[in-house]
Design a protein around this ligand. Structure first.
Ligand SMILES: C=CCO[C@@H]1O[C@H](CO)[C@@H](O[C@@H]2O[C@H](CO)[C@H](O)[C@H](OCc3cn(Cc4cccc(/C=C/CN=C(N)N)c4)nn3)[C@H]2O)[C@H](O)[C@H]1NC(C)=O
Length: 126
């Protein structure tokens, strides 16, 4: 999927990805951080994959190692949705705004800028 490098998103700024969720989507992820091995946030809505159904799984990755997963209560996604995903952060947390719901996740790595964004799986970036 889409990979963007050389970004320089500062605290308080937001990076926005618009796209469509295919009608047969099993899952997708939006990853932000330094690079593919060092992620501030792996935001992974799962419709039906890895044994999860309609569950948003969030995690961080440090030097290629996954952290502790954080499974969210809300699942505001449906097949066929056209959505905007807005990601912003500060020293304490990362915020993911999607229609109707804002998810929060701790800034575990204390990252001070987002240089990398990658979208994977069943999300058609517009
Ligand atoms: C219970 C058994 C042990 O516990 C499980 O252990 C697994 C392995 O660690 C974790 O899973 C891992 O969790 C990680 C976060 O923590 C990442 O998400 C990782 O995926 C990385 C990854 C991303 N990508 C690209 C991608 C991303 C999204 C969709 C697709 C494909 C679309 C599918 N569309 C189809 N097929 N049409 C592809 N590939 N790999 C996932 O493997 C499970 O959560 C965890 N489950 C629980 C309940 O604890």
């Amino acid at each position: 999927g889409l990979v963007v490098t050389q970004l320089d998103v500062q605290p308080g700024e937001c990076v926005k990805v618009k796209g469509k969720i295919p009608s047969d989507a099993k899952g997708f992820s939006v990853n932000v951080g330094k690079d593919s091995s060092t992620l501030m946030l792996h935001f992974n809505p799962r419709f039906d994959c890895h044994g999860d159904v309609n569950t948003v799984v969030c995690n961080s990755k440090e030097d290629g190692m996954w952290g502790e997963e954080d499974r969210k209560a809300d699942f505001p996604f449906q097949h066929g949705d056209k959505i905007e995903i807005c990601i912003s952060f500060d020293a304490a947390e990362v915020k993911v705004k999607v229609p109707e719901v804002e998810f929060e996740f701790p800034n575990r790595l204390g990252m001070e800028k987002i240089q990398y964004l990658a979208v994977e799986g069943d999300f058609k970036v517009k």
